[in-house]
Design a binder for this molecule. Structure first.
Ligand code: PMT
Length: 397
């Protein structure tokens, strides 16, 4: 899904060694459909040429406030007014100070004062500069005016010091841009999402689990955060990296998933139960690795805890969305599960297909509400499906 399609983004690049990473940022933003106009300060041009960013953005790069040619092509006031978002990355202590004090002595600082678009700043500098009270106070001042920051990361800095001050990952800056520009259907809501399989141990090396990759739940968590929610993701074992701007709790067994949910579900507004909880677990867990020799060949299983049923007493005002993994009579079986588990809605997906469901990047199915309403979703990338389902549900919470 191209979250930034058609969005006009002005990218301010200032003079620090991380200026070269603006190239990746321009590529990522344009790849997602944004129209990017780059503005470079004089110092930025010491690190990277305007031609590089002009080639990548396919738009003229603006370097001077009083340049007759660029001003006639794209006036600074019209650029400020037409922007959907102003990003400054990397942002030096100097530009942060200018923004905070209202100094407008070059193109970028003038644009900041002239635009009413949201502003996103990704600082990058030496740790001592970053932690200096002057810089921190300037950032606080900007925050209080609604400016968003993507905090720098800790690690080895260009100057050789180790500490905080490295420009945030480009993917994190892009994610924040998506969050700022996405609709805010879930603003102020607390959303809990589960993802992945649970894994039930048989001995120290073997376990009973299933093919869930976590992709569906992770997509819901990312999208809910973009739509403005405060998101907690409770995930079984998956190979997926932690999504940015989402609180994550990693668990293994169904019992652990239930315990985590008992802590985070009370007071929440929505639970999206996309996890494939193992229905059975080995009755006995061996402390030692079970030897081949003398093994009877039989593993006795017992029913696992039903998480959704166990959570019903903690539901409160929360909207519970379950998932039904079915291979036959998909709609009917899903509707039955929704009633039995006391859910507000259930997403019925056919897990007998290879091109949707388990491990696939796509999914398809029917969203069934306890009111009897139903909505069909065609085969979509999981992120787009999550967006459409959340859009549907947000009107009913
Ligand atoms: O992770 P992916 O690879 O992206 O795959 C996505 C998915 C196919 C796993 C997902 O779309 C999905 O269908 N998740 C639900 C899987 C499942 O456990 O379905 P079920 O029909 O067995 O359970 C119905 C509901 O009860 C589910 O919301 C489930 O989380 C919940 N449940 C199940 C068993 C149990 N012991 N406790 C539960 O709470």
């Amino acid at each position: 899904m191209r979250w930034l399609e058609g969005k006009k983004i002005v990218l301010g690049v200032t003079g620090g060694i991380a200026a070269y990473r603006a190239c990746d940022l321009v590529r990522e933003l344009t790849k997602e459909g944004a129209v990017v106009n780059v503005v470079m300060t004089k110092a930025a041009q010491e690190f990277i040429t305007p031609l590089t960013l002009q080639t990548l953005s396919q738009n003229p790069v603006i370097t001077e406030l009083f340049n007759l040619i660029s001003e006639s092509r794209i006036g600074h006031i019209s650029l400020a007014q037409s922007a959907d978002l102003l990003i400054v990355a990397p942002a030096t202590a100097n530009i942060i100070g200018k923004f905070a004090s209202g100094i407008a002595d070059d193109m970028l600082s003038t644009l900041y004062l002239a635009t009413r678009a949201p502003v996103l700043i990704a600082p990058a500098m030496n740790e001592k500069m970053y932690l200096h009270p002057a810089v921190q106070e300037n950032m606080e001042r900007l925050r209080s005016r609604g400016v968003c920051f993507v905090d720098p990361e800790a690690g080895e800095l260009a100057c050789g010091d180790v500490g905080i001050g490295r420009l945030a990952e480009v993917s994190k800056i892009v994610e924040m841009a998506r969050m700022i520009l996405a609709p805010d259907y879930l603003k102020g809501k607390r959303v809990v999402v589960t993802a992945g399989p649970t894994s039930e141990p048989l001995d120290p090396v073997r376990e009973v689990t299933n093919r869930s990759s976590g992709k569906m739940g992770f997509a819901f968590a990312r999208v809910a955060a973009r739509l403005g929610a405060e998101v907690t993701l409770v995930s079984g074992p998956t190979a997926l990296p932690d999504p940015p701007f989402v609180g994550i709790r990693r668990v293994r067994r169904a019992e652990e998933m239930l315990q985590a949910l008992e802590e985070v579900v009370p007071g929440s507004d929505l639970l999206v139960m996309a996890a494939a909880v193992a229905d059975f677990r080995p009755k006995e867990v061996s402390r030692e690795k079970i030897k081949k020799e003398g093994f009877s060949g039989v593993v006795e299983l017992e029913r696992n805890v039903d998480i959704l049923r166990s959570l019903s007493s903690k539901k409160g005002k929360a909207f519970f969305l379950g998932f039904a993994a079915e291979t036959e009579k998909v709609r009917e079986n899903a509707a039955k599960k929704m009633r039995e588990k006391g859910l507000d809605a259930i997403f019925a997906n056919d897990v007998s297909r290879d091109d949707i469901g388990f491990s696939s990047d796509h999914n398809q199915g029917t969203l069934i509400f306890s009111t009897g309403e139903e909505k069909e979703f065609p085969r979509l990338e999981k992120e787009e499906l999550a967006f459409r389902v959340l859009e549907e549900i947000s009107g009913k919470m």
